[in-house]
Ligand binder design. Sequence first.
Ligand SMILES: [Zn+2]
Length: 71
Amino acid sequence: MIKWLLLVLLAAGLYFFLRRPHREAPRPRTPLPERMVACAACGVYLPEMECVRAADGRPYCCEAHRDAGGR
Ligand SMILES: [Zn+2]
């Protein structure tokens, strides 16, 4: 009989344990902000992924600005 009581208690404990809201570290409201770079020609900011890199590594917003060179 005591075995059943223990089993029920164990099940209840497990139930409440699983039901408990997960306490995770507070996450930023937005996903990791994408790194922004400024166009070396016009200064517009754009995600690093979308920029056009010159041979020297400077970021540009488009190929026209890259071809035009610095400001
Ligand atoms: Zn530009």
